[in-house]
Unconditional design. Structure first.
Length: 252
């Protein structure tokens, strides 16, 4: 279920240092200059633009590579409708369209996205984010691994920034909003799966490292219920822990 070798561990190390450094610099600047919510929204918007740029890079690389269905082709399963792709849309809305919709999907952008991303970074074989090069040398074959780590790292950075900056205060009762957003994206993904017939958007039906695939062979509905329960349960756990950890700050 995972490749816990040198590349994975060193990748997590440099990614963690990068995220921590960005958080310290941006939060210190916010505090020193007395910036407010507008500053936070701009940070999220920049993060959204950053991952969209990497999505474009990934598309160009895949389109010109013979390893993904043939050179000059873009296979359907690479379309940005996987669960980790939802950050492309959620953070773009939060960062560029503040309002009721952005406020509604923020709990999803915080809890569900960090839950899924941490799982992907912990079990890299599940998404193939390490590539075939055994180290982090700057070679063309490492473009997609760098893209994956920086992309998923941003999906960790944004939720942490939202909480540490005070932009969002996690609340357990926001589980309903996060679950509703997740359900909407899941319905869209399942429809696309059936229409394209070659994908596993969000449902991970053909994904490597999925321990629940035997259940899929027995009952598709039970399989979806299990995945949904894990996602909603994990989301509630993160929101509950976030609320607990931010309570002292709320009293200050």
């Amino acid at each position: 279920m995972g490749n816990f070798g040198f590349k994975h561990l060193t990748g997590l190390l440099w990614l963690g240092v990068l995220i921590a450094t960005l958080l310290v610099v941006l939060l210190q600047l916010k505090k020193k200059k007395g910036y407010g919510r507008t500053y936070d929204i701009k940070v999220i918007a920049f993060a959204a633009a950053f991952i969209w740029a990497w999505e474009i890079v990934k598309t160009i690389v895949i389109f010109n590579s013979p390893l993904y269905g043939g050179e000059g082709l873009y296979t359907a399963y690479m379309l940005p409708f996987h669960i980790c792709s939802m950050g492309l849309y959620a953070y773009w809305i939060i960062g560029t369209r503040p309002g009721k919709l952005a406020d509604f999907i923020t709990p999803f952008g915080f809890s569900t996205m960090i839950l899924v991303t941490l799982l992907i970074l912990t079990i890299p074989d599940s998404s193939g984010i390490l590539g075939g090069v055994p180290n982090w040398s700057f070679v063309p074959d490492n473009i997609l691994p760098f893209q994956s780590f920086l992309y998923h790292g941003t999906l960790v950075f944004v939720p942490l920034y939202m909480v540490l900056s005070g932009y969002y205060r996690p609340r357990l009762k926001d589980t309903g909003k996060a679950a509703a957003t997740l359900a909407f994206t899941a319905v869209v993904a399942v429809i696309l799966n059936k229409l394209l017939k070659v994908t596993d958007f969000m449902t991970l039906e053909y994904g490597n490292g999925n321990p629940f695939q035997p259940i899929l062979q027995q009952s598709y509905l039970l399989y979806l219920l299990i995945l949904g329960s894990i996602a909603v349960g994990g989301t509630a756990l993160i929101l509950g822990l976030g609320e607990l950890l931010t309570k002292p700050k709320n009293r200050a």
